[in-house]
Design a protein around this ligand. Sequence first.
Ligand code: F6R
Length: 241
Amino acid sequence: MEVVIIRSAAEAGRIAADRVEAAIAGRPRPVLGLATGSSPLPVYRELADRVRCGLDLSHARGFALDEYVGLSYEHAESYHSVVHREVTIPLGLDPDAVEVPPGMAQDLAAAARRYDDAIVGAGGVDIQLLGIGSDGHIGFNEPTSSFTSRTRVKRLAERTRADNARFFGAPEDVPTHCVTQGLGTISEAREVVLLAFGAGKADAVAAAVEGPLASICPASVLQLHERATFILDEEAAQGLR
Ligand code: F6R
């Protein structure tokens, strides 16, 4: 695991965007793993700037990490909407080649299995962007998620609902369940870049990077990954020894 400590969100965006460009170079149909939330926004901003300057991502496929269960895809905070608005359009991706887990499916378990199959069918993820929850989650794999888990329905931790209330107005407006790629699914990405900013992430980052390999900190599974990079500001890194 590599740890890079940066001075600004813009620097994080540049470093991660360089990784994305390197990971997809020469691949006819590269596959991007897309996180939502605040942390990857500097990367999307940087990639959007590069697209305006000539970078072509129109041949890339994208798979989002997660989606709320029962939230209309048209809702502004559904990850279908967020990914379309913050990633697909600014990065010039083909909307038909960007998939988000099926939070509105009738048979969620079957649809979740098909989502995993679609990732495998696309050849797997070349580079997965991640944020980290203050409780150590990646995707919405909350503490005690199995390291081998696949895309499935999960209940959101109350702490996560409180953290995400800023997008909805109040914690009780945040959906209670999600469909998330599993830790096993995420671990199959050929490269992983996790971004974390602010003191609120320091405990989770320390547990993920230097704590025991333990499902109580789901992000610690990345200790097993051969190509995982944590890009942190000094506040998020302050718990590291
Ligand atoms: C989002 C996701 C979550 C977030 C995490 C951090 O698709 O999977 O794991 O990355 O909750 O969120 P932010 O970046 O908003 O602090």
